[in-house]
Unconditional design. Structure first.
Length: 385
C-alpha cells in the first residue's frame, strides 16, 4: 500500500499542475490588449520544405495580415523541385500587391538545414526587423502588429509566440498530437514563465537585424538542432529580454499515424532532455493519469484508487476545457477542441516517449538523422561571435 500511496501523491501533484496551467492560460489571455495600428518595416522569413499539409492555408494567413506598408515576405527552398514552390507561385497570383520573394539555393551552411535555408534567404531581406516563422504556422490578422508592438518595449531583444495544435486530419494520432501541444506544451510554457524562464519558441522569432548581428548572426545557430533555444540563450546573454507576444498562432499537426507522431515527438523529447535534463526529468509529473493507472494496479484495484483515477481524469478534462475556452477568443477560426476521451491515451503515450528519450540522442527530422546537441550556457554579456 505504500507504493500505491506514493503513486497517488504523484498523480495528485500532476493534477494540481494541470489546474495551475489552466489558471496561467486564463491569466495570459485576460491580459492581452489590442496593438496599435502603426508598425515598422519588417521582413518575414519563411523557410519551406515540401508541400506539407495545409501549407497554402498557413501561408495565406501571412499574406492576409492587416499590417502597414513595408511588409516583405521571403520564402526559401533548397531544391528547384521542391513541391512548396507552386504554392508560392499561387500566392503571388492571389496577392499581386504583396511583396513576396522566393529564394532557391542548395548551399549548405552547417548541420541545421533550416538555418542553412535562412542564411541563403538573408541577402534578400530588406528591412531592419526580422520575423522568422515556421511554414506550418497559421496566424490571426493582427499577428505582425503584436510582434512589433512587443519588440518596441524597452529592454526586449526577441519576441516569440505561444502556439496551439491544428489538425491536418482527424486520425487518432493526429488528434493526440494536437492535444499535446494545446493542453500540455502551451500551459507548460506559461507556467515556466511564471517561474522566471524566458524560452524562445521556434514557431515565431522576431528581432532586430542589429541584435542578430550582435550575437554572431544566423551562423551562430547553424550547427545546433535546437536553434530556437540557442538563439534565446544568446539574446539573454546580451542582457536583453525575450517577450511573449499577445497573440497565439496555430501549428499544423501533419502526422496521420502513431509511428509518425512518435518519431516527431521523440525528437522534441530528446532535444528538450539534452537542453534541460533536470527540468525534463521532472516533466513526467505532467501526465497524472499514468500514475493514477499505476495506483489502481498497485492497490489491488481498490475502490479508493478507482475513485482517484476518476477524479484525476475529471480534473484533466476540466483543465483542457478551460484552456480551450480561454484560447478561443484569441484563436478565432483556428481554435480546435480535441475529444476528452483521448487524454488517458495521451498521458500513456507521453510517458512512453519520456522513457524512450533516455535511450539515445539520435532524432529524425525531415528524413534526416541528426543528433540532439547541448548548446553552451551563456551568462549576461557573453555571446557567440
Amino acid at each position: 500500500m505504500l507504493l500505491a500511496g506514493v503513486l497517488a501523491a504523484l498523480s495528485a501533484i500532476g493534477a494540481l499542475q494541470m489546474l495551475a496551467g489552466w489558471i496561467a492560460t486564463v491569466s495570459f489571455t485576460g491580459r492581452v490588449a489590442n496593438p496599435p495600428t502603426k508598425g515598422m518595416p519588417i521582413t518575414v522569413l519563411k523557410p519551406l520544405h515540401g508541400g506539407e499539409p495545409l501549407l497554402e492555408e498557413a501561408l495565406t494567413t501571412l499574406c492576409e495580415q492587416d499590417y502597414p506598408p513595408g511588409f516583405q515576405i521571403v520564402f526559401g527552398v533548397a531544391d528547384r523541385a521542391d513541391t512548396a514552390i507552386p504554392v508560392v507561385h499561387a500566392l503571388r497570383t492571389r496577392f499581386p500587391d504583396q511583396d513576396i520573394d522566393l529564394v532557391i539555393d542548395a548551399t549548405r551552411h552547417g548541420a541545421n538545414p533550416k538555418i542553412s535555408n535562412l542564411i541563403n534567404m538573408m541577402p534578400l531581406a530588406r528591412h531592419g526587423v526580422l520575423v522568422i516563422a515556421d511554414s506550418d504556422s497559421h496566424a490571426r490578422p493582427g499577428f505582425l502588429r503584436h510582434l512589433t508592438w512587443a519588440l518596441d518595449r524597452p529592454g526586449v531583444g526577441l519576441v516569440t509566440t505561444l502556439y496551439t495544435g491544428l489538425p491536418a486530419f482527424r486520425t487518432v494520432a493526429n488528434l493526440l498530437g494536437v492535444t499535446q501541444i494545446t493542453h500540455g506544451f502551451l500551459p507548460g510554457v506559461l507556467l515556466a514563465r511564471v517561474l522566471g524562464r524566458q524560452d524562445c519558441l521556434g514557431a515565431t522569432m522576431c528581432l532586430r537585424r542589429e541584435t542578430l548581428d550582435r550575437i554572431g548572426g544566423l551562423a551562430a545557430l547553424k550547427d545546433h538542432l535546437a536553434d530556437d533555444q540557442v538563439l534565446g540563450r544568446l539574446i539573454l546573454g546580451e542582457g536583453l529580454d525575450i517577450a511573449l507576444a499577445g497573440t497565439i498562432v496555430a501549428a499544423t499537426v501533419p502526422e496521420r499515424t502513431v509511428s509518425a507522431l512518435w518519431r516527431h515527438e521523440l525528437r522534441w523529447a530528446r532535444t528538450i532532455r539534452t537542453l534541460e535534463p533536470a527540468a525534463y526529468a521532472a516533466s513526467v509529473l505532467q501526465y497524472p493519469l499514468f500514475p493514477a493507472v499505476l495506483t489502481v494496479i498497485a492497490s489491488g484495484f481498490a475502490a479508493w484508487a478507482w475513485l482517484l483515477f476518476g477524479i484525476v481524469w475529471a480534473i484533466r478534462a476540466i483543465a483542457a476545457i478551460g484552456i480551450d475556452r480561454a484560447l478561443a477568443p484569441m484563436l478565432g477560426g483556428l481554435a480546435f477542441r480535441c475529444p476528452l476521451w483521448l487524454l488517458p491515451l495521451r498521458d500513456l503515450l507521453s510517458v512512453a516517449e519520456w522513457i524512450a528519450s533516455h535511450a539515445g540522442r539520435k532524432v529524425e527530422w525531415r528524413g534526416q538523422t541528426l543528433r540532439a546537441d547541448t548548446p553552451p550556457r551563456l551568462t549576461q554579456g557573453s555571446s557567440a561571435r
